[in-house]
Design a protein around this ligand. Structure first.
Ligand SMILES: NC(=O)c1ccc[n+]([C@@H]2O[C@H](COP(=O)([O-])OP(=O)(O)OC[C@H]3O[C@@H](n4cnc5c(N)ncnc54)[C@H](OP(=O)(O)O)[C@@H]3O)[C@@H](O)[C@H]2O)c1
Length: 263
């Protein structure tokens, strides 16, 4: 499978590293990368770097669009000669619909949209993909294996992209925000602030290990919140202040924002 990337930022880097470290993807040829920086600024094993818009005589099976949503149309226009009929176009640009991408490219291509998250950098992304119905199962699998090389993959419908972005795309930031809140609470004279932060990260990691093996999270949480005890007092305060409703509203706002961006 011969592939090219347009854009070489965080997401392209994560995907290329994932491809390089996986033996499951069918990418065996050199990867072509069309970027926006000065010539020869980058080097990477098995990668050929060209400036965006630079002439290239290769024909690609798949092209990954890894630029910001605002740059997608200009990046496509600059590299028009790379697009050919029957190609698979993979876009990670948030909010840009399959129909918009097809209308920018104006070739008989099949488009897959993907929504990875920040954790792609550590091969732990949670990625949602949706493909045009016309795309063959075989081509879908080839692209799916590339995203599996950077974490967990689920196929979703395009209309679910906003919800997926709101929950899993922005999800790491919600967890970070909760951790920030814990880090701001309480002070100890015997534990430094740095050490307290480290302990809170251990708390996150060990609790998440426990959650993975638990059958029922609510039941486990109720079990550790003994009646009349300290944990119950804290949870009661969160309940009284509508913690669930606040989280739900926040995620709905993120989904609404994603939907507005796509208009
Ligand atoms: N990062 C995430 O966690 C995440 C999660 C989900 C989806 N995404 C999506 O992934 C896409 C890329 O995000 P990112 O975080 O990788 O952004 P990024 O680090 O800013 O990378 C985008 C790259 O595209 C380059 N670029 C801009 N115009 C170009 C052009 N015409 N031709 C070639 N290259 C061009 C930029 O170069 P210059 O800066 O030099 O212009 C930049 O290096 C976005 O659409 C975003 O919505 C990102």
């Amino acid at each position: 499978m011969k592939i090219a990337f347009i854009g070489f930022g965080n997401m392209a880097n994560a995907l290329i590293n994932g491809i390089m470290s996986s033996d499951k993807t069918l990418v065996s040829d050199d990867i072509y990368i069309f970027h926006n920086k000065k010539k020869n600024q980058y080097t990477k094993e098995k990668c050929i770097f060209l400036n965006s818009g630079e002439a290239c005589d290769q024909i690609f099976d798949a092209i990954f669009l890894c630029v910001k949503p605002k740059d997608i149309q200009s990046a496509i226009n600059e590299n028009k000669t790379l697009f050919t009929d029957n190609q698979v176009i993979v876009s990670v640009a948030a909010g840009i619909t399959i129909n918009s991408i097809k209308s920018f490219i104006q070739k008989n291509v099949s488009v897959i949209r993907a929504m990875p998250n920040l954790c792609a950098i550590f091969n732990e992304s949670i990625t949602g993909i949706c493909a045009e119905r016309s795309l063959s199962e075989n081509k879908k699998k080839c692209v799916g294996d590339i995203f599996k090389s950077i974490g967990h993959l689920r196929e979703i419908e395009e209309k679910e992209m906003h919800s997926f972005t709101a929950l899993f795309g922005s999800g790491p930031a919600y967890i970070m925000y909760f951790v920030e809140a814990l880090m701001q609470s309480e002070r100890f004279s015997s534990i430094s602030e740095d050490d307290k932060s480290l302990l809170i990260l251990h708390l996150l990691s060990s609790t998440s290990k426990m959650l993975f093996i638990s059958q029922d999270i609510k039941e486990l949480r109720e079990k550790v919140s003994s009646r009349g005890g300290t944990t119950e007092a804290a949870i009661k305060t969160l309940e009284e202040n509508n913690f669930f409703e606040i989280v739900e509203k926040a995620i709905q706002e993120a989904s609404k924002k994603s939907s507005n961006i796509s208009k």
